[in-house]
Design a binder for this molecule. Structure first.
Ligand SMILES: NC(=O)C1=CN([C@@H]2O[C@H](COP(=O)(O)OP(=O)(O)OC[C@H]3O[C@@H](n4cnc5c(N)ncnc54)[C@H](O)[C@@H]3O)[C@@H](O)[C@H]2O)C=CC1
Ligand SMILES: O=C(CO)COP(=O)(O)O
Length: 369
């Protein structure tokens, strides 16, 4: 039976790309549900220790992984292994997606394509591209249209302890979203399907920028009222950007939207919040990134977002302020003071345009010229 027809309520073969915090935790979740799971790491040490001691020496180091979980690498997985898989799950930062898919593409069997699921939360540096766009460029529209995006309030450190968690599972293909949902859904990991991957991707990427802002505010000594202001005005800004892009405004009220925004703006478990907090305390960005030990996608996303905001012509004072602090060397306290001195505006205003998403849908053959 072709992999695309495999009923994922049964047991599936899954290859996870990336053995960082999120890749390891999702591999653990799926192996625990008795799927046959392989995780690829570029680190020889991680592969060795995961296979011999069922531990990841760099991420989630306290956790003992299921015996059935197998690590592969550091070489890129072989065509033979890839073609055996029902599902490929990509848990690598957005900056690595294009090169990974370029290497993967010739190894795929076009007559028997696996379900492809992406969990990264960012826009590509230099191009501002969403992952859906990167997939279309590297793998073509057929694979892009069937790709699925999982996003939502989901700290790896809590999933690994089976804290009840919910996520948005979105794809242009309802069948693919349903299959991904069946694969992951458990009482402690509830999945909600949807058909706005553009909105889900934008929400997941943008919330990281506002998490940096929230961390900065807390680092500067501001408390709960200020955080609530940032979350609410951040949501208005995200929705404005997303709607101008062509996403549904409702997506920003989903788990991938306000759910993840609330989570990452409120907790030091968030790496993006932590980057902001340390900036607010006066540390230098380079030093923070060198010592963080894990990716904070919001830092690169802020750069791509600035270009997108300019292109769309939307008002996004919080995102621009984060950009100024990260990339223009602006002093955090001074920049916060400027934000607080802005004149009042109408509270809710959504421009309905959507040209980038329309261009992307045309590329995928889903919209008329
Ligand atoms: N940690 C979390 O709680 C969550 C993370 N995410 C997203 O998942 C993605 C991965 O995040 P984490 O696993 O937390 O990051 P991490 O920093 O813990 O691990 C990233 C992993 O990707 C690998 N990697 C980096 N560049 C690569 C490349 N070019 N090719 C192949 N592998 C590469 C690294 O070696 C590492 O194993 C990010 O986009 C993040 O926003 C999403 C939800 C929750
Ligand atoms: O996206 C996340 C949880 O949903 C993780 O956030 P950080 O990348 O800021 O740690």
């Amino acid at each position: 039976m072709p992999h695309s027809q495999v009923d994922l309520e049964g047991k599936s073969k899954v290859l996870v790309f990336g053995a960082g915090n999120f890749g390891s935790c999702l591999a653990d979740h799926l192996a625990d549900s008795l799927h046959e799971v392989y995780v690829w790491s570029r680190s020889e040490n991680i592969v060795k220790i995961l296979n011999s001691q069922h531990r990841n020496p760099e991420f989630l180091t306290d956790h003992v992984f299921p015996d059935g979980l197998k690590a592969v690498g550091p070489e890129f997985p072989s065509a033979a292994l890839i073609q055996e898989m029902d599902v490929l799950l990509f848990a690598i930062p957005t900056e690595g997606v294009r090169s990974t898919l370029t290497e993967l593409r010739p190894k795929l069997n076009d007559d028997d394509l696996p379900l492809m699921i992406f969990v990264n939360k960012g826009v590509e540096l230099g191009t501002g591209a969403l992952t859906l766009d990167i997939i279309a460029d590297t793998c073509g529209p057929k694979i892009a249209k069937a790709s699925t995006f999982i996003s939502g309030p989901s700290f790896a450190k809590e999933i690994i302890r089976r804290q009840p968690t919910s996520v948005s599972v979105s794809s242009l293909s309802d069948d693919a979203a349903q299959r991904a949902c069946k694969l992951f859904h458990q009482p402690w990991f509830r999945c909600y399907t949807g058909d706005d991957p553009v909105g889900v991707e934008l929400a997941g990427a943008l919330k990281n920028v506002y998490a940096i802002a929230s961390g900065i505010a807390n680092g500067l000594g501001f408390e709960n009222n200020t955080r609530a202001m940032l979350i609410t005005r951040g949501l208005a800004e995200m929705t404005r950007i997303g709607t101008a892009y062509g996403a549904s405004p409702l997506t920003f009220l989903s788990l991938a939207g306000v759910g993840d925004l609330f989570l990452t703006c409120s907790s030091p478990t968030s790496r993006n919040y932590t980057v902001g907090y340390r900036l607010g305390k006066g540390e230098k960005l380079n030093y923070i990134l060198e010592t963080l030990g894990s990716v904070a996608e919001g830092v690169t996303t802020t750069k791509g977002l600035k270009e997108l905001i300019d292109e769309l012509g939307v008002t996004a004072p919080l995102a621009i302020a984060v950009y100024d602090v990260l990339y223009e060397g602006r002093d955090v306290a001074e920049r916060a003071k400027e934000l607080l001195s802005l004149p009042p505006i109408r509270e809710l205003d959504l421009p309905l345009q959507g040209k980038p998403a329309q261009r992307l849908m045309k590329k995928l053959g889903l919209a008329n010229e």
